[in-house]
Design a protein around this ligand. Structure first.
Ligand code: GDP
Length: 167
């Protein structure tokens, strides 16, 4: 099985750790401590979710701290095939930051796959109202909730599919 390193990026508190736990353990716990240092978890996308029928292993790297775009200057990104860049729909400044991170990621790693996840849509009355989201390619943006699971598995399956196509 092909294994790909995927970095999780985004401001503190947007739900990176919660998304990873929803994906890997299919559960949500509102009481997480913030991630200490770096946490790495592996998720296998089932073969029937990847066109071509080959299972794919995503090795997910989650970090704590407020690195912003400086994260791209650290060893954290070494060998990464793709990124999941997260924002919190209830905090517009995190959406602005997500768009900045996407721009930096595209500049530093041209053509490498990513998905921009707007999280916590269970709390939103009008998801997608932040106008900067419209600057990103529609297919790269996903509205998700780690709390109720909406959109999470699909976003990672799509990312695995995109990684596979580019290999
Ligand atoms: P991180 O710092 O980006 O890893 O964010 P966490 O995963 O630690 O989440 C920060 C806070 O947001 C925690 O209190 C979570 O319970 C909460 N949270 C994360 N995802 C969701 C979600 O989809 N919906 C709601 N309502 N809360 C969420």
């Amino acid at each position: 099985m092909i294994s790909s390193k995927v970095m999780l990026l985004g401001d503190m508190g947007v739900g990176k750790t919660s998304i990873m736990y929803r994906l890997v353990h299919d559960r949500f716990d509102g009481e997480y401590k913030s991630t200490l240092g770096v946490e790495v978890l592996s998720y296998d996308v089932p073969a029937d979710s990847v066109r071509g029928g080959e299972a794919a292993r995503l090795v997910l790297w989650d970090t704590d701290g407020d690195f912003g775009t400086r994260i791209f200057d650290t060893v954290y990104v070494t060998g990464a095939s793709a990124a999941i860049i997260v924002s919190d729909v209830t905090r517009p400044q995190t959406v602005t930051r997500m768009v900045e991170l996407v721009r930096s990621f595209e500049a530093r790693f041209p053509g490498r796959p990513y998905r921009a996840l707007v999280n916590k849509i269970d709390l939103a009355e009008a998801p997608g109202s932040a106008e900067e989201i419209g600057q990103l390619p529609r297919s790269s943006v996903k509205f998700v909730s780690a709390k109720n699971g909406e959109g999470i598995v699909d976003a990672f399956a799509e990312l695995a599919e995109t990684i596979r196509r580019r290999q």
